[in-house]
Write a protein that binds this ligand. Sequence first.
Ligand code: ZN
Length: 488
Amino acid sequence: MTFTIYSTLSRKKEVFEPLNPPYAGMYVCGPTVYGDPHLGHARSAITFDLLFRYLTFLGYKVRYVRNITDVGHLENDSDSGDDKLLKKARLEQLEPMEVAKYYTDRYHDMMDALNVRRPSIEPNASGHIMEQIEMVKQILDTGFAYVVNGSVYFDVIKYNSRHHYGILSGRILDDLLSATRDNLEGQEEKHNSVDFALWKKAQPEHIMRWKSPWSEGFPGWHLECSAMGRKYLGDQFDIHGGGMDLLFPHHESEIAQSEIANGKQPCRYWMHNNMITVNGQKMGKSLGNSIMLEEFFTGNHKLLEQAYNPMTVRFFILQAHYRSTLDFSNEALQAAEKGLKRLMQAAKTLENIQPTASINDNENIKNIEKECYEALNDDLNTPIAISQLFEAVRIINSVADKKEKINANDIVILKNLFKNVVVDILGLKAEQNNNQSELLNNLVKMILDVRQQSKDKKDWASSDKIRDELVKLGIRIKDTKEGTDWEI
Ligand code: ZN
């Protein structure tokens, strides 16, 4: 079986063939840390966490780089000089780095709750100014950028005469020019409206500024990903991912920068996750309909009928294919909550199922396993894989109800399927309470094992002491022929 992914650049599914197997490199655009993470952040993080986990499962040694944008993100118009982070810092009377640290921590906390694995490297834009300046120099040297009043701009028109600016998003330069022609406010420095900033000279009120050959200033937003991707993954790497909202102009400009600085495309495969919608409308901070992750976890938002466990949110996101839009509704989240409960319950039931002797292999079970992996290999088709898992749930429940029989071999297949797909690949885990009771079970079992060893050595003093101490904690134990039972 081969793993195929849909490449935004070629607009078709392609077999994944890393440049340097068994290594695989992936770069994903991370958060801009000037605000609390919302559901859109969760979707992107979970999509690429799934990819990270699946590549690892397939045996690749994955280097996953996801950046933290803490400087220079100037909204879609990278030249308006309106630095979001700075604005926030001024508003809250904080050092910009204080704001960045606070929201980086918040992002980590929320992603940890969603069981999103941390990337291998998480570089900050502000910690890679040298690398960015180096790249600006290279682009200037080739003549594809120009300096005006201490700022440096990428010459998109010149670039487009040799390459296609718009290759990723399918845009045509002429259309871009006519669309931006009337909007020249604050863009007087640029030769053309489509040019974008590589370096911006800082205004006097700008706190975050660095020395450069051109001015004291700060890098343009698109530059950090090109510079940091190159530093940690090389001139060309395997996969570049991000949300669909970053496709243009951010990723389009990354391609242009890398083409000029490195002489090649930055990556082999571009992958983009789709957006979250509310009643068919895009969910976004600027649209005022975005729900923060913390609000999901506490239920504290006017659009929410209840609080949702982080695993419910994760499962809700995985139930849709990452390239489809995902419409938010309480009904859908409540259905996800129920479905996840059923899935986790079945996983527990499966642990205690005993094989029935002399039953032939169940062909359905083999088929479920096959289809599940085929779905994941088909551009991470999680909705199909999950529907196969629910087929397995049906069989498990039927066996538990003694309506169906199962042999030892099939139990092993199912256990592996749950371990690999549910736990390792989809990253789903039982809710906190279940985890804690599991921990308690294991702890008491461990203590009882120690007591048994004391008894075996006829060390009655120790075994009695353990029993008495447990009683003091409110745990009563009872020795039976089969072993020791306990209860709180
Ligand atoms: Zn980026």
